[in-house]
Design a protein around this ligand. Structure first.
Ligand code: ZN
Length: 206
């Protein structure tokens, strides 16, 4: 049997980071260059899965996966760390950098929480270090990505039908959310301007 883990593919996480970058730029929480924010928030949205790295080094990729890196405490640490780095580098226009990076990180935990799990341990220790009790959602949106633990051959995994379906579903769900977002913007643009705030008459010339 092929073991599986509760991980959406990096595509879903990357799209979530992209969405946060886009909304931040539109709302003015972030200032261009656009590419910087896409890269930064794309990284933040994938960062929790860096917990694969120490496992890979000892030949057990899943050894530390879904541990403290997938907790609200880690969200806080990541936000403070990135904010501190931005401050130390004295980069202008990064006022909300730590907060937005924390949002990107948090989006990863949300997507993972709504992913099917077929192997133990189930859930993530979201309230670590207060408790190790795992958070489990009553329903799931995303399929798990299956992988061969012994070889960790990620490229071969992508070719698997199950994973193709999982990725298709991710694109469908995330794409659907984008369509809803764009539609709501288009509807807002077609609305006539509000009459509540009539233009004030100038006092010049009186
Ligand atoms: Zn994860």
């Amino acid at each position: 049997m092929i073991p599986s883990q509760a991980v959406p593919s990096p595509i879903a996480h990357g799209l979530a980071g992209l969405a946060i970058a886009h909304i931040s730029l539109v709302k003015g929480w972030a200032r261009p260059p656009r590419l910087f924010w896409i890269a930064a928030l794309g990284f933040a949205a994938i960062a929790p899965d860096l917990d694969f790295v120490p496992g890979l080094l000892i030949g057990q990729p899943y050894r530390f996966h879904h541990g403290p890196t997938h907790s609200l405490f880690a969200v806080l640490v990541f936000g403070v760390m990135t904010a501190t780095i931005a401050r130390l580098m004295r980069i202008d226009g990064l006022r909300w950098f730590g907060v937005l990076m924390a949002m990107g990180y948090l989006s990863h935990l949300l997507l993972d929480a709504f992913t099917v799990e077929t192997n133990q341990p189930f859930g993530m220790p979201i309230f670590w270090p207060l408790t190790n009790d795992p958070l489990r959602m009553p329903f799931h949106l995303f399929l798990d990505i299956q992988s061969e633990k012994r070889t960790g051959n990620f490229l071969a995994n992508l070719m698997m039908w199950h994973n193709a379906r999982a990725i298709a579903r991710e694109i469908l769900i995330m794409g659907g959310l984008w369509v809803v977002y764009w539609a709501s913007l288009a509807i807002a643009r077609t609305r006539p301007p509000s009459r509540e705030a009539p233009a004030r008459r100038s006092d010049h010339g009186r």
